[in-house]
Design a protein around this ligand. Structure first.
Ligand SMILES: Cc1cc2nc3c(=O)[nH]c(=O)nc-3n(C[C@H](O)[C@H](O)[C@H](O)COP(=O)(O)OP(=O)(O)OC[C@H]3O[C@@H](n4cnc5c(N)ncnc54)[C@H](O)[C@@H]3O)c2cc1C
Length: 386
């Protein structure tokens, strides 16, 4: 019988990484990426940065030849609605695709804004969303960005840099104070405000009107454009229908991205994957980690031993400032800010036992690299050594 090969659901970094890794090990088996997205695989990180500012249109992950040369078929605009794990068949838009191995790389989608008028707010995940947002920004004088996670901070900065009067509104007194601490939050606020955007913390949005946003203290903020950057939900409906184990709506997988069902793997934002370096499962939403997990899934699906072990990390760009972060991402006990005197800084994060569990840097690349080594080795941050 001919090998039905690999099907990957999703064309983000996890999906493309899985297809690439599988193809490298199985030169002759069919490899197919099926995606609900209508655009050829693209990078999401620029969508809140240079793409939103109109500085580039070129966000393609790989040119079409890259897929052709590898004989990876990409089926777009095809939402998978059913997987029969017994027969090993995926159904999308009425078409049936048999598989030998399946990788669920369905990522995450923006959570709806659960307040009156919430549906008026734009969201930002896909290239189509970014096109809509960029178009709306062209005619907007005022904007409110709701949520000060990295995407909210980046988008607020990009809109402000185009001359839009932007207010970034979030419940934390300082951006990401809960996640990264007050000192880091203060520096993030400075970076956002340097672009001309205003940060309004400790604020709760009550409703979105046609041309304004109303806060629960009665304040009304004018807004030709409203962007909700209030977090994402994993796209785990298919995984759920297959009876896969979910935790916080993410698919629980092993370090090789295998699920409990033979031949089915999950990777990227939809996965809650075991990291063999951390010794526990981690929920991460970063580009490089999604790609790494996809590569592991593709290799494992092709029968090779592979595990996810690296320290998760990402860069965010707020205006023209690159802030870099390495962390296991599941909390810390203590944080220590080190100012470098030239505007740069490092925040070291450690656990109760003194080991380094995170590092956040701005203009301090040596610390970023050193931080990764210390986290991997389970050693204390340099600032905590006696
Ligand atoms: C605006 C923006 C900026 C970002 N910037 C950064 C950054 O600077 N650094 C960083 O590390 N991370 C950044 N991220 C996060 C990063 O993009 C994600 O962590 C990453 O894309 C996750 O990859 P993934 O492959 O798991 O999922 P996704 O990229 O979400 O891809 C999932 C794919 O699955 C498809 N899909 C879903 N359901 C179905 C279905 N039923 N059938 C078929 N297809 C389906 C979707 O259409 C999509 O193609 C950013 C994200 C956004 C939105």
């Amino acid at each position: 019988m001919t090998d039905p090969g690999l099907i990957v659901i999703g064309s983000g970094p996890a999906g493309v990484g899985a297809a690439d890794a599988y193809r490298a090990r199985r030169p002759d088996a069919p490899v197919r990426i099926i995606s609900a997205d209508g655009s050829h695989p693209y990078f999401r990180p620029p969508l809140s940065k240079d793409y939103l500012r109109g500085e580039t249109d070129d966000v393609g992950m790989h040119p079409p030849e890259w897929f052709r040369e590898r004989d990876i078929e990409v089926v777009l605009d095809a939402a998978v609605d059913h997987v029969d794990a017994g027969e090993r068949v995926v159904t999308a838009g009425g078409d049936r695709y048999p598989y030998g191995a399946l990788v669920l790389a369905t990522g995450a989608s923006p959570a709806p804004l659960p307040i009156p008028g919430g549906e008026r707010a734009l969201q930002l995940r896909s290239l189509a969303d970014a096109e809509t947002l960029r178009g709306a920004a062209r005619s907007a004088t005022t904007a409110v960005v709701i949520g000060a996670g990295f995407i909210g901070c980046e988008a607020a900065a990009s809109l402000a840099m185009q001359g839009v009067s932007v207010t970034l509104v979030a419940p934390d007194e300082l951006p990401q104070q809960k996640r990264l601490g007050a000192e880091a939050g203060r520096r993030l606020r400075e970076l956002v405000e340097k672009t001309g955007a205003r940060y309004l913390g400790s604020a709760k949005v009550e409703s979105v009107q046609a041309d304004s946003v109303r806060l629960d203290d009665g304040t009304t903020l004018p807004a030709d454009l409203v962007l909700a950057a209030t977090g994402v939900h994993p796209n785990s409906a298919i995984a759920g229908s297959l009876g896969l184990t979910l935790e916080d709506s993410r698919v629980v997988v092993n370090a090789d991205m295998s699920t409990g069902v033979d031949g089915i793997y999950a990777a990227g934002d939809v996965a809650f994957a075991f990291n063999s370096g951390a010794g526990r499962r981690l929920a991460v939403e970063h580009w490089q980690d999604a790609e790494d997990q996809g590569q592991v899934a593709g290799a494992a699906a092709a029968g090779e031993d592979a595990t996810w072990s690296g320290v998760p990390g990402f860069w965010t760009t707020i205006g023209d400032a690159d802030v870099k972060y390495h962390s296991w991402g599941d909390g810390y006990e203590r944080s220590t800010m080190v100012e470098h005197g030239d505007g740069g800084f490092t925040v070291w994060y450690s656990a109760g036992d003194g080991t380094t569990v995170g590092v956040l840097t701005y203009q301090a690349d040596d610390d970023y690299d050193r931080g990764e080594e210390l986290i991997t080795a389970g050693e204390p941050p340099p600032v905590d050594r006696g």
